[in-house]
Design a protein around this ligand. Structure first.
Ligand SMILES: Nc1ncnc2c1ncn2[C@@H]1O[C@H](COP(=O)(O)OP(=O)(O)OP(=O)(O)O)[C@@H](O)[C@H]1O
Ligand SMILES: [Mg+2]
Length: 255
């Protein structure tokens, strides 16, 4: 059964970092095939995974809209979209990457969106794990442009505003009813002397707490140098990610 994890939270809390580390961990442990989905319009999951993205889904959508204007009668739009979708999935060692890109322009997208949704839904079951990085907020999830989510990781840091964001996310989750199976809180880079206060503040959110990802100088340096996170060896963040998968993965995540 497919296991899907989505990472959400306030801007800059470490969503992309966590999503990339999850993908790399699952590949390292041969838990693949993994599909990494970058659902942030300001896409940078590819960079952290060391993948150059040639085309996003948003760009493909615009291209298709242009191309189908000149389609001869009888030529299948669905086949054209499907072929394009296969092309924009970047294949790497142990995982594939789908980058959503920017949202819609002013054209008429309804037909196209339903095709995209159909093809992604057909595509997703061929993966054992799906890891989705989101933009700050929950745009894709609340617009239901994504597949059902088994585990939603909400990332919080020691900025109290990140707790407000987590609270808003919780509200959206309640509105979505069963589309998100379980939500969890993760703290990242919390200063030692603030830890008690942060832990107290997240209690009211009523989400299971998975622990605190420590600040990792090696990771920080790798990102600064534009290197993919696969260069990290025994980093404390990698150990933290292993623990997350052990906690939420069930049988699928046994390592
Ligand atoms: N545990 C950590 N140790 C060291 N640096 C970290 C850690 N977590 C995140 N960072 C750094 O913090 C910065 C922000 O992280 P990241 O890009 O993952 O956040 P984000 O929530 O995805 O941001 P955005 O909302 O802009 O997409 C990055 O430079 C990243 O390298
Ligand atoms: Mg990000």
């Amino acid at each position: 059964m497919v296991k899907s994890i989505a990472v959400a939270g306030k801007g800059g809390t470490g969503k992309t970092t966590i999503a990339a580390l999850l993908v790399l961990h699952l590949c390292e442990k041969n838990k693949g095939p993994v599909l990494a989905v970058d659902a942030d319009p300001d896409a940078n999951l590819g960079t952290m995974l060391g993948i150059e993205v040639r085309q996003t889904l948003g760009e493909l959508r615009e291209d298709v809209l242009e191309a189908i204007k000149d389609f001869p009668p009888g030529m299948s739009k669905a086949n054209y979209v499907e072929a394009g979708l296969h092309q924009i999935i970047e294949e790497a060692k142990g995982f594939d990457l789908l980058t959503m890109g920017r949202g819609e322009g002013s054209g008429c997208y309804c037909y196209l969106n339903s095709l995209v949704r159909k093809f992604t839904e057909e595509l997703f079951p061929s993966y054992k794990w799906i890891v989705m990085d989101n933009e700050a907020g929950l745009e894709h999830i609340s617009r239901r442009t994504t597949y059902n989510i088994d585990a939603l990781l909400v990332v919080v840091n020691d900025n109290p505003i990140s707790i407000n964001t987590a609270r808003s996310i919780k509200k959206i989750i309640l509105d979505l009813k069963n589309e998100i199976k379980k939500e969890f809180i993760v703290t990242n880079m919390v200063n030692n002397e603030r830890k008690q206060d942060v832990l107290k503040n997240i209690q009211e959110l009523d989400m299971e707490y998975l622990g605190d990802m420590p600040f990792d100088t090696g990771l920080n340096k790798a990102v600064f140098q534009g290197k993919p996170l696969s260069v990290l060896n025994n980093s404390p963040t990698k150990y933290f990610i292993k623990q997350i998968i052990d906690k939420i993965g069930g049988k699928n995540g046994d390592s």
